[in-house]
Design a protein around this ligand. Structure first.
Ligand code: HEC
Ligand code: HEC
Ligand code: HEC
Ligand code: HEC
Ligand code: HEC
Ligand code: HEC
Ligand code: HEC
Ligand code: HEC
Ligand code: HEC
Ligand code: HEC
Ligand code: HEC
Ligand code: HEC
Length: 323
């Protein structure tokens, strides 16, 4: 980030002549560099910020023209907004750090002279204040930041196909900046989200950075679940990679899919009924060994003869009732 030059030149006559004829507006930089005449040079003042009223030399204050008692001061953003309503209100609503003085960017204004064809020349340039924050691949700021008065509104639908890399090839815009995290994650853990949805399918393409909720497209497994619960087991960019869940994970969530097992545990009440599914199944799909918790309780001879506990105990979710 380059620093903004806060020092501005307040050129005399600018405001008054502007309100009469815009085309006649003096280029403020020109005024400083080469004042047209001595009178005008005397009125050139450097101010720290807008809103400061410059004082007339004492002999002029005694003038008999009361409308001309004071020197003009530079306009505040809301005053510019009186005529440039659109630019002002877009900045106002933008959430952008660009909501500083218009004149910090517009150091030349009302200087457009059609015969000179100088419109682009007099408008501010991003490079005055910014380096290339996204690297050499993105030199054309306006491709995405289409309006400097609301730079964070990026209509990806319109721009995505138009963005080329240095070799002139279309690039998938999102992944160019988000490859190391989300892009790579989706590549490593493919799911139907990759093909059936895609980045803009979830994040929208009218405005950059919108965060969707799973509930925009899915029902929860159980009625009690809230959005944050989904992220305990699923990340959106690797949805089928079920994450390790905490031991307190409610059995009813598992029951949504493993209904028979849950029902058996409830119907045939044993000491296993009081355990969490997640106490035995620490990660999804993992199968514990009985010996992990019980060791070999019946003596070496029995276990040698019946190596599989379930030959007698049948089903950990439905242990035979004691005789
Ligand atoms: C961060 C810098 C910045 C600030 C702050 C800024 N502008 Fe601009 N403005 C620009 C740039 C850059 C352009 C040229 C846009 C283009 O090339 O289309 C521009 C263009 C304009 C134009 C020409 C029409 C258009 O929209 O392209 C007007 C009028 C304008 N600005 C008014 C304002 C007013 C009024 C304010 C303050 C309320 C303001 N600007 C604040 C950077 C800024
Ligand atoms: C009294 C109304 C009025 C006020 C106040 C006003 N402008 Fe303008 N401005 C215009 C008109 C009219 C044009 C020329 C037509 C157009 O391009 O919309 C213009 C053009 C511009 C342009 C386009 C570039 C150029 O030189 O033509 C910019 C940038 C701009 N104004 C910025 C500002 C800023 C910043 C302020 C406040 C410091 C301001 N204007 C105050 C009416 C106004
Ligand atoms: C007069 C200096 C100036 C000019 C010219 C300027 N910017 Fe900025 N811009 C800033 C400052 C200062 C910030 C806030 C930086 C910070 O706090 O990190 C900023 C922030 C931003 C941001 C961050 C998001 C936000 O809005 O807060 C974007 C995007 C941006 N500028 C894009 C642009 C683009 C594109 C242009 C050219 C059309 C441009 N800027 C021209 C000074 C400028
Ligand atoms: C391919 C689209 C694209 C292009 C081209 C582009 N940007 Fe951005 N820029 C973005 C997106 C998307 C963000 C993130 C906005 C957010 O935080 O919501 C961003 C963020 C920024 C930010 C604030 C965050 C940061 O990384 O500092 C600045 C400043 C900025 N851009 C300036 C520029 C400038 C200057 C250019 C031209 C040299 C430019 N951008 C070109 C899409 C683009
Ligand atoms: C030019 C670079 C660039 C491009 C292209 C880009 N982004 Fe971003 N994106 C950023 C930056 C910079 C941030 C802010 C990162 C931060 O705050 O750490 C961001 C943030 C985000 C966020 C988080 C917003 C938040 O509220 O935290 C989402 C979601 C996002 N981008 C999605 C996308 C999607 C989807 C695409 C494609 C349509 C995309 N981005 C294209 C640069 C880019
Ligand atoms: C199935 C929907 C879906 C798809 C497809 C998707 N995302 Fe996301 N993305 C989300 C959700 C939901 C979040 C919020 C996650 C959270 O709150 O932790 C998110 C968050 C993000 C964030 C912010 C990350 C952070 O740490 O704050 C970025 C950046 C992002 N996604 C980029 C992308 C990119 C790039 C793609 C395509 C390669 C993509 N997403 C595809 C749903 C999706
Ligand atoms: C924009 C809509 C959308 C959003 C948001 C979304 N998904 Fe999906 N998701 C889909 C579609 C479409 C499919 C594929 C069809 C289906 O299985 O229903 C899918 C499939 C899935 C699958 C199965 C994947 C496979 O390969 O079989 C899981 C798991 C999933 N989503 C979880 C989530 C979670 C968790 C979130 C929130 C973090 C989320 N989704 C957000 C649209 C979405
Ligand atoms: C206890 C972990 C867990 C939680 C919490 C969880 N899921 Fe799942 N989800 C799974 C498992 C396990 C699968 C099945 C994976 C498989 O088929 O191998 C699954 C599958 C899905 C699927 C694929 C379609 C289906 O029903 O089989 C969707 C969509 C889904 N979950 C959405 C959600 C949403 C939305 C939330 C939040 C309300 C959520 N999940 C919370 C574990 C969880
Ligand atoms: C959305 C449905 C869904 C949810 C919720 C779910 N599972 Fe599953 N589960 C499945 C599917 C489908 C399979 C089989 C495919 C696989 O192995 O991923 C499976 C497989 C298993 C297996 C391995 C079965 C075998 O034969 O190897 C165990 C153990 C298991 N789940 C336990 C649980 C536990 C414990 C929970 C709760 C924390 C749970 N599941 C939540 C759908 C689900
Ligand atoms: C006391 C520990 C324990 C508890 C509690 C437990 N399981 Fe199991 N589960 C096991 C063991 C051991 C196996 C392997 C059984 C075998 O080898 O046939 C198993 C197998 C499974 C299987 C795959 C085989 C099958 O029967 O389909 C699923 C699915 C499963 N359990 C889900 C659950 C769910 C859901 C819960 C909670 C409602 C749960 N388990 C509670 C220990 C337990
Ligand atoms: C994660 C640990 C764990 C695993 C794995 C496990 N159990 Fe248990 N089991 C327990 C606990 C805890 C109890 C209750 C002990 C107590 O209260 O003394 C128990 C109790 C039992 C009981 C007594 C039931 C009652 O209601 O009196 C039997 C029989 C049993 N387990 C058999 C098995 C078998 C067979 C397996 C393998 C298929 C197995 N267990 C796997 C933890 C486990
Ligand atoms: C030959 C049949 C048989 C085999 C094989 C068997 N058991 Fe048992 N087990 C029983 C019977 C019968 C009881 C009931 C005895 C009682 O109530 O005192 C029992 C009781 C238990 C109990 C609850 C009583 C206690 O000691 O607290 C546990 C725990 C248990 N078995 C674990 C296992 C494990 C673990 C295995 C495999 C390594 C296994 N059993 C293999 C028949 C068997």
């Amino acid at each position: 980030m380059k620093s903004i030059n806060k020092l501005r030149v307040l050129a005399g006559l600018t405001v008054l002549s502007c309100s009469i004829a815009f085309m006649g507006c003096a280029n403020q930089e020109q005024d400083t560099a080469a004042p047209a005449d001595a009178d005008q040079a005397a009125m050139v003042e450097t101010v720290q910020s807008s809103g400061e009223t410059a004082q007339m030399p004492a002999e002029q204050q005694a003038s008999e023209a009361p409308l001309y008692m004071e020197l003009p001061r530079s306009l505040s953003p809301v005053e510019c907004g009186g005529c440039h309503y659109g630019q002002y209100t877009r900045l106002q609503k933008s959430d952008s750090k660009h909501r500083f003085d218009c004149l910090d960017c517009h150091d030349q204004l009302h200087a457009n002279i059609p015969s000179k064809n100088n419109y682009n020349e007099i408008l501010p340039k991003c490079a005055t204040c910014h380096e290339m924050p996204h690297g050499e691949a993105f030199p054309n700021c306006a491709q995405c930041h289409q309006d400097p008065h609301s730079p964070l509104i990026i209509p990806f639908a319109g721009v995505q196909g138009n963005i080329k890399n240095n070799a002139g090839k279309d690039v998938v815009a999102c992944e160019v900046c988000h490859y190391d995290t989300e892009g790579k994650e989706m590549e490593t853990y493919p799911s139907k989200h990759n093909v059936d949805v895609g980045c803009t399918g979830c994040h929208g393409d009218e405005k950059h950075g919108v965060r969707p909720s799973c509930f925009d497209c899915h029902e929860p497994h159980t009625a009690e679940q809230v959005y944050a619960d989904c992220l305990v087991c699923h990340q959106p960019h690797s949805a089928m990679n079920i994450l390790p869940y905490p031991e307190e994970m409610s059995n009813t969530v598992c029951a949504a899919c493993h209904t028979g097992i849950y029902d058996n545990l409830q119907a045939n009440h044993t000491k296993h009924t009081d355990l969490q599914c997640a106490s035995c199944h620490v990660t999804h799909g993992q199968i514990p060994r009985c010996q992990d918790c019980h060791d070999e309780p019946h003596g070496a001879a029995v276990h040698k003869r019946f190596p599989d506990c379930l030959e007698c105990h049948v089903d950990p979710h439905d242990l035979p009732v004691k005789p």
